[in-house]
Design a protein. Structure first.
Length: 139
């Protein structure tokens, strides 16, 4: 028999997450990239590994099939095609402020678009998140 969290425990956890600033969502990406540092969208097996890990943190099954994305930090649903339009479309092709500029959290290799791409957290990137007290400046 499996062990499950109570509704009260889940509600408490969500309330705690909602107290954190929105940029703290990067903490979940740290966990994802720790398990799947190399992302290759062009190879189905590697893409599936990354997406499976991504959906552990952001995925919610949709009645009738499929998976939707939910941000536990701000308690909001993402666009229906979030992983493609935002995750792959911005963050993973190196055009997002989380991977470029002096405020970056992650190091992306290669630094611009292209597959495969490897993501890592550096001490400097961790400090950028730790000491941030406002949203990243637009790039």
């Amino acid at each position: 028999m499996g062990t499950y969290l109570s509704k009260e425990a889940i509600t408490w956890a969500r309330m705690q997450l909602e107290k954190l600033s929105k940029d703290q969502i990067a903490l979940l990406y740290f966990l994802i990239f720790a398990r799947c540092p190399k992302v290759d969208r062009t190879i189905p097996a590697k893409r599936e590994k990354f997406e499976s890990e991504f959906y552990k943190y952001f995925g919610v099954p949709i009645k009738g099939g499929g998976v939707a994305s939910f941000n536990p930090f701000d308690g909001k649903w993402r666009t229906p095609n979030y992983i493609n339009s935002t995750v792959y479309g911005r963050l993973l092709v190196g055009s997002h402020r989380w991977t470029e500029g002096s405020e970056a959290f992650f190091t992306r290799t290669p630094s611009s678009s292209g597959w495969p791409a490897e993501f890592s957290l550096t001490d400097e990137g961790f400090d950028n998140l730790l000491y941030r007290n406002q949203p990243p400046l637009p790039t």
